[in-house]
Ligand binder design. Structure first.
Ligand SMILES: O=P(O)(O)O[C@H]1O[C@H](CO)[C@@H](O)[C@H]1O
Ligand SMILES: O=c1cc[nH]c(=O)[nH]1
Length: 234
């Protein structure tokens, strides 16, 4: 057990998929894993381990925002030795050529701040995906015929943003989409020598105003889960 994860040593796989939503973790495990078993219910942040094509996989909710993800990823790495960590999340599109349900592979994750910022001090570190995972995820998306975009995203500290000027600068600098966790995931993975990637599905569009309901955000994102699994074991 770690402070926030109730799983016993050995119950968490070296490959961990991380949706923000714990109910998406449950849905994904029950949909894609063989013999999934729930190994953590602390704070309702479900954690399931099962097999995908014979490989052990854990799917663990990370919560919303970087402070929450940071707690889970630190413990997954330090206490359970997770080696490959792939976020499977929803995001809001920021560019006109992207549509709802498209998949985004985040090469980099910009942010205004993240939990690692205090220790990095004056360094404007560039959090980035593992290239091998990124390439394998892109290959998987191509094989599946998924509409996929590859580029930089923005990890925000706020869902309800009061800074339209910030949004405008992100769009202007080619940022594809906004979500709330990848920058800290990439930074922690780099610090501990682990592989990380964020595979995101567009749930809403900040330019067109298109929006998916909560149930679809929980259950309709199968493509990104399978892309993440194929990338992890390529
Ligand atoms: O769907 P998840 O993975 O939670 O990701 C996105 O959705 C949440 C906001 O609704 C934030 O966590 C954001 O990053
Ligand atoms: O963080 C997020 C996630 C989905 N959609 C948004 O607009 N922001």
């Amino acid at each position: 057990m770690s402070t926030h994860i109730g799983a016993a040593p050995g119950e968490i796989a070296q490959t961990v998929l991380l949706p923000g939503d714990p109910l998406r973790a449950k849905w994904a495990a029950e949909t894609f894993l063989d013999a999934p078993r729930c190994i953590n219910e602390v704070r309702g942040m479900f954690d399931f381990t099962g097999k995908w094509r014979g490989h052990e996989v854990t799917i663990q909710g990370s919560g919303m925002g970087m402070p929450s993800l940071s707690i889970y990823v630190n413990e997954l790495i330090r206490d359970y030795d997770a080696r490959t960590l792939i976020r499977v999340g929803s995001c809001g599109a920021m560019q006109a050529d992207i549509v709802v349900r498209d998949v985004i592979l985040a090469v980099t994750a910009s942010s205004v701040g993240n939990p690692s910022r205090a220790m990095l001090r004056e360094i404007h570190y560039a959090p980035h995906a593992d290239y091998g995972l990124l390439r394998a995820a892109h290959d998987a998306a191509m094989r599946r015929g998924t509409a996929v975009h590859v580029g930089g995203i923005y990890s925000s500290d706020t869902f309800y943003d009061e800074r339209p000027d910030l949004h405008d600068q992100m769009v202007r600098h080619g940022i594809l989409a906004v979500e709330m966790e990848a920058a800290e995931l990439y930074t922690l993975a780099a610090r501990h020598g682990r592989r990380a990637l964020a595979v995101l599905t567009v749930s809403d569009h900040l330019v067109t105003g298109e929006d998916l309901p909560a149930m679809e955000r929980e259950r309709s994102f199968g493509d990104m889960v399978e892309i993440a699994l194929e990338a992890a074991f390529a």
